[in-house]
Design a protein around this ligand. Sequence first.
Ligand SMILES: [Zn+2]
Length: 116
Amino acid sequence: MGKRGPKPQFNDIACLNKDCELYGLTGKGNVIGNGTSVSRGEKVRKYICRHCGKVFNDHTGTVYYDLRKEEHIIDLALKMTTKGMSEKAIADELGIEPATVRRWLGRATVKRSTDS
Ligand SMILES: [Zn+2]
């Protein structure tokens, strides 16, 4: 068979298709390299999700990293409420709007009540 595995896996890249079961999950081995293309003189790496067939590239990936950042901040906000911090204090600490904190925490409360 000669050479095997010519397509590298990208375990730190997650699928960007929201309808995909593996959306946002890294380390699943579902994302493989799909060659490169040149966009406005810049070389762009392309990826494909073997699970759903979605194709995306380095630039699409940037959006994903922003999302991850938001998830991380939401996590922090949740930890701060458990320590008794007010929405306003959390917003100040994280440099975001109190309304945003309220939205996140509202979401988390709903999740918690269905858990029990
Ligand atoms: Zn996918």
